[in-house]
Design a protein around this ligand. Structure first.
Ligand code: CTP
Ligand code: CA
Length: 225
């Protein structure tokens, strides 16, 4: 439900948000992908809408129900996501990167289905552009929020990304454990910014999204005050 007017901290603000996985084609029938369901990103998009934001969602392919936002742009590859984001970002006050973007794509896409001729097959991969870092490096960047999924040294890795990519905030979650993260209903996050941090304990992705949206709104407003 929409918050009471006094709590709609992002009234009228345009937010660009990436979500879901990307798919990097190998041949006409195969791709490299990942386990992102898009649900954390979609829940965050909804929570931002409830704060009054006009959300533009750029999403990779998922089977999760799409959130009600101002505009949805559906993409497959990291390069398509990069292009869509760069087209939209000029209009936006806040950028949130929740997408699980493939770090690499196959160097060549075979025109025909790859046949199992040989006993071994080596794939050549090439680095994809970093969408989040490219947005934060713009001349007049929006308030920029990243995500980080880490299996170890959460704070160290998250803070390194915050600094290296020149982000305003980063939300980090520990993955690879029993609960939380990809393919789970619940998740926990630690949010870092330059001179502080905030732990959001294990809870439903919906509730977690609400609390994260509130944090983003508070810091965005503080930043522009
Ligand atoms: N990201 C992005 N474009 C990419 C790769 C990542 O926009 N090509 C964004 C993600 O959406 C996320 C953040 O960068 O918000 C961090 O992603 P993550 O995979 O944790 O970090 P990387 O910078 O890719 O580094 P690594 O995978 O080596 O840990
Ligand atoms: Ca990565």
């Amino acid at each position: 439900a929409l918050r009471p007017q006094a709590e709609r901290l992002l009234m009228g603000a345009r937010v660009l948000l990436t979500a879901g996985p990307t798919r990097e084609p190998l041949d006409p029938v195969r791709y490299l992908g990942n386990r992102s369901s898009g649900r954390m990103g979609y829940a965050l998009a909804s929570a931002l809408v409830n704060l009054g934001a006009q959300v533009v969602l750029v999403t990779g392919p998922t089977v999760s129900p799409l959130p009600r936002v101002s505009k949805v742009i559906q993409v497959e590859t990291a390069l398509e996501m990069h292009r869509a984001v760069m087209n939209e970002v000029g209009e936006c006050a806040i950028f949130v990167a929740t997408a699980a973007v493939a770090d690499y794509r196959p160097m060549e896409i075979a025109t025909h289905k790859i046949k199992k001729d040989a006993a071994e097959l080596t794939l050549h991969l090439i680095r994809n552009p970093d969408i989040l870092a490219d947005v934060a490096a713009l001349k007049a960047p929006p308030f920029t929020v990243g995500f980080a999924a880490e299996t170890e040294n959460l704070e160290q890795h998250a803070r390194a990304k915050l600094t290296a990519k020149k982000l305003n905030m980063i939300a980090a979650n520990q993955v690879g454990g029993e609960r939380g993260g990809f393919e789970h209903d619940e998740n926990a996050l630690t949010v870092f910014w330059r001179d502080g941090q905030c732990g959001l304990p294990m809870m439903s992705k919906t509730q977690l999204a609400r609390e994260l949206a509130d944090l983003i709104a508070e810091h965005y407003r503080g930043h522009h005050a």
